[in-house]
Design a protein. Structure first.
Length: 290
């Protein structure tokens, strides 16, 4: 079974990169430990990249990047064998109640609209991939925050876009001591080369028209003032100029925004690719309320 298919059925998936430390039994039967990274996460597991050829009959222990301790994972798929980033595995957490990634994936039944965003509760600082109504998206765009019921606070609280690329100071210090890494703690899966630009993890429908006039309905993975990344099964060429538009009425003013494809990320074991694009003209969307 394809791990991507399993993820779609059980949980939302977030294409972000997070450092971790892994310990498991390698192909020679020896216990080995190494640093690695997750490249996508969901409520139950995700994809990890580590430089170890593991024995799949054993579980693997992962150390959380946020200092929340270790958890046992089951290897459900070997996605790539070796390569630039070593081996890539699909993993499933064996501890159902363990929020290993430090990101909630809550359900908001009755919410209309397809948008989801990685948000931060201003009261308890819970990070969650929140389903959003279009009115929520509009408030986030205009004022930088929106009011959403927080299950942890048991109250309506203000939520902001979680800053992709950083965590709070205390979490940063815990992560550095437990994982012994100095890389950025959370980055988008298709990282922008313009690292000084704030990026937010925002999943919403996007319409694309290619160079030859073909149309494609896709989903954004993250957005900044100067560009975005999106996932698609179609092939786009680096340097290709495409036309992008948000189909929802609240974003109608952004129709026919030209963008240049600057990056392609092939997802092994999946029909999807993640593309990065930069806008050819300044757009007015302000993902951090700037």
């Amino acid at each position: 079974m394809n791990n991507d298919s399993a993820e779609r059925r059980r949980s939302d998936r977030l294409w972000i990169t997070m450092p971790l430390r892994a310990e498991g039994v390698d192909a020679s039967g020896e216990i080995a430990a190494c640093a690695g990274r997750a490249v996508s996460v969901n409520r139950h597991g995700g994809r990890i990249q580590i430089p170890l050829d593991l024995d799949r009959s054993w579980s693997i222990s992962l150390l959380s990047p946020l200092g929340r301790g270790a958890a046992e994972f089951r290897l459900v798929d070997t996605i790539t064998h070796g390569g630039e980033h070593g081996y890539e595995y699909g993993v499933e957490c064996l501890e159902e109640a363990n929020n290993f990634w430090g990101i909630e994936f809550p359900s908001r039944k009755g919410i209309t609209g397809d948008a989801k965003a990685l948000l931060d509760c201003g009261t308890c600082h819970t990070k969650a991939l929140m389903p959003l109504a279009i009115s929520d998206v509009e408030r986030l765009e205009m004022g930088g925050m929106t009011a959403i019921y927080c299950e942890k606070c048991a109250a309506m609280t203000h939520w902001w876009f979680a800053e992709v690329g950083s965590l709070g100071n205390r979490e940063t210090e815990r992560a550095r001591s437990s994982v012994e890494m100095t890389a950025r703690l959370i980055t988008p899966g298709a990282e922008s080369r313009h690292r000084g630009q704030p990026r937010v993890c925002m999943q919403m429908p996007l319409w694309i028209r290619g160079h030859y006039g073909e149309s494609d309905e896709v989903r954004t993975e993250n957005i900044s003032k100067i560009g975005l990344s999106f996932s698609s099964q179609r092939n786009y060429l680096r340097g290709e100029i495409v036309t992008t538009a948000f189909p929802s009425s609240s974003f109608s003013r952004h129709t026919r925004m030209p963008a240049r494809i600057v990056r392609e990320q092939v997802l092994k074991g999946s029909a999807l690719k993640i593309y990065g694009a930069t806008f050819e003209a300044q757009r007015s969307f302000k993902p951090l309320g700037a």
